[in-house]
Design a protein around this ligand. Structure first.
Ligand SMILES: [Zn+2]
Length: 134
């Protein structure tokens, strides 16, 4: 039952979130729809993980995976943080430009409308998980 409801809402959730961010990744501003996902701030498996634009972020595939695995965190003030061990690592340009250089920076693309801003409480919940994962 819950699963059927969730599927029904996914395309609407995706369209709403991607539009709210002007079809760009919130972290790096990549603007190719094929490479963008509507990420849940709190996973939809969680009770608080509602399919609302306020629980969503438009993220490119790499930043979505990094966010879901707690390699990348976003503070309630919309500042990007990268897990400490990755910051110490030296590797190619994806690590350098795609992840390490975003550390301590604001989201490049915040949503334009105030009522579509990510919910601070939901960001806080996931940010705490990022901190405990690091
Ligand atoms: Zn990105």
């Amino acid at each position: 039952m819950a699963e059927a409801k969730q599927r029904l809402h996914q395309p609407v959730f995706r369209a709403t979130v991607i539009r709210a961010y002007g079809m760009r990744c919130a972290v790096c501003a990549l603007g190719h729809g094929e490479l963008l996902d509507a990420a849940h701030i709190v996973p939809d498996s969680h009770e608080a993980g509602i399919a609302s634009v306020r629980n969503g972020l438009a993220l490119c595939k790499i930043h979505h995976a990094a966010f879901d695995t707690h390699i990348l965190g976003i503070t309630p003030d919309l500042v990007v943080e990268i897990r400490q061990d990755l910051l110490a690592e030296i590797d190619g340009s994806m690590l350098q430009h795609g992840l390490k250089e975003r550390h301590g920076e604001m989201l490049m693309v915040p949503p334009g409308l105030r009522n579509e801003q990510p919910d601070r409480k939901l960001l806080e919940m996931t940010y705490q998980r990022f901190l405990s994962a690091g």
